[in-house]
Design a binder for this molecule. Structure first.
Ligand SMILES: NC(=O)c1ccc[n+]([C@@H]2O[C@H](COP(=O)([O-])OP(=O)(O)OC[C@H]3O[C@@H](n4cnc5c(N)ncnc54)[C@H](O)[C@@H]3O)[C@@H](O)[C@H]2O)c1
Length: 255
């Protein structure tokens, strides 16, 4: 098999529809020579149906990142399909409705805690669950939404992403000795299930389509997926703790 990821074995989380960023990552990775194992959360039969739309069949393992048993059994479940992992893609985010859409001042801690467990802490949990299968040269890649600013309506998800960005740097620090990299892609707004669950998300859509220097396509997941592939590949061997913006250049300009 030839391609950017020839011979690489990847674990890709976060596929729920074919609009999921993770679906584009899995598709592009297979097209570029990788062997892909998916994880699914909740509606497994739906994830399996979506997985059949990939160029190659991909096994689906059930992983709820808040379930310790799922995490503890992950390495063994993955070993049923591949003998090791060269890369792990974390494409997971969730916040209860109270945490989004302007509810920042009123969201209760229980809901905020859920958002942080699923969207932030899970980056570390997933990496540790997969670590027994990884070796030097391996890579962990996650998806963020630029957390250096307070956005309208993003609220506690923004805080969760700020934590994710920090967690990625700490993972880079702690796994660096083992030769494992941790990097994030900061994507611009894309119309996925997660995005549609944010009341007022259209404000991002308008801002990006009007102002991103390169322009921005709200339904094209491939640019973000391409960056994930690059970070999973051998072409960023000395890069870790980094955030690559795939946002049409929006982060670089004044509002
Ligand atoms: N869509 C955007 O505009 C955008 C922009 C920047 C970053 N992101 C990030 O990209 C990532 C992927 O989101 P997406 O936009 O592709 O949406 P999506 O809805 O397709 O994917 C989100 C995934 O998270 C999974 N998930 C939720 N709770 C989980 C749990 N407890 N255990 C395991 N998986 C769980 C869902 O099953 C789903 O597959 C998220 O981290 C999101 O914050 C999205």
């Amino acid at each position: 098999m030839s391609g950017l990821l020839a011979g690489k074995r990847l674990l890709v989380t976060g596929v729920i529809t074919d609009a999921s960023i993770a679906f584009s990552v899995a598709k592009l990775a297979q097209e570029n020579g990788a062997q892909v194992v998916l994880t699914g959360y909740g509606r497994l039969s739906l994830v399996e149906r979506i997985a059949r739309r990939l160029p190659e069949p991909a096994p689906v393992i059930e992983v709820d990142v808040t379930n310790d048993e799922h995490l503890a059994g992950l390495a063994d479940r993955v070993r049923e399909h591949v003998d090791g992992l060269d890369g792990v893609v974390h494409s997971i985010g969730f916040a209860p409705q109270s945490c989004l859409g302007g509810g920042f001042l009123d969201a209760p801690w229980a809901d905020v805690a859920t958002a942080l467990q699923v969207s932030t802490f899970s980056y570390k949990s997933l990496a540790m669950a997969a670590l027994p299968l990884m070796s030097s040269g391996g890579a962990v890649v996650g998806l963020t939404f630029d957390a250096t600013k307070a956005w309208p309506v993003y609220d506690w998800m923004g805080v969760a992403k700020a934590g994710l960005e920090s967690a990625s740097r700490y993972l880079a620090l702690h796994l660096g000795k083992q030769g494992i990299r941790s990097n994030l892609v900061a994507a611009g707004p894309l119309r996925t299930i997660a995005a549609k669950s944010i009341p007022g998300f259209d404000q991002f859509e308008d801002a990006w389509t009007e102002r991103a220097p390169l322009g921005w396509n709200l339904t094209d997941q491939e640019p973000a997926a391409r960056a994930c592939l690059a970070l999973l590949s051998d072409w960023f061997p000395a890069t870790t703790g980094e955030i690559v913006h795939v946002d049409g250049g929006y982060h670089a300009i004044g509002a």
